[in-house]
Design a protein around this ligand. Sequence first.
Ligand code: GRF
Length: 201
Amino acid sequence: MNRRLGVLISGRGSNLQALVDAIGDRRLDATIAVVISNRADAHGLGHARRAGIEALCLDHREARSRDEHDRSVARELQDRDVGLVCLAGYMRLVGAPLLKAFPDAILNIHPSLLPAFPGIDAPRQALGHGVKVTGVTVHFVTAELDNGPIVIQRTVPVMRDDTPDTLSARILAEEHRAYAEAVATVLDGGWRIEGRRFIVP
Ligand code: GRF
């Protein structure tokens, strides 16, 4: 598989930084070809530039429609010969133009054991529900939010005295390990998707 990554962000960019670190440590054999944010104030743009990675802002509010924005993102990724797109705190639904341009080649990381607690504030949802174990999911992106075939999941126990902040911090640390591992698995190839199942022989 083409090992050139495109990373889409909207904010802090700690998962982007985790991918940069994993590449630096040779845990992940890949190149980040470009980082694209839909927000100019995303901290992750700074992480990318400090690492010498090209970083662009494509503000969705400047596009005439959702599809037009997705087409621009797809074009920038294709222009740089990206083979795998990694969403890393990208706070937008991915629409048809981007999905069609990168079939089975867009990953997302989510801070819960999907299908539990999709959408925003997953650690807070988990605490509110009273689950004893939550975790992290890396999955392929489909048209439905937080719902594609699952590449890997990692568990995180919920402690009796956890607050949304303490639980989020432990989940985030697990995300950073899990994302690099999942991206490496997908780049290594040899897998197939059967229905909802991601299968590595
Ligand atoms: C992470 O919790 C990720 O799972 C979710 O949004 C958050 C982004 O954090 N999709 P960061 O921008 O990578 O620091």
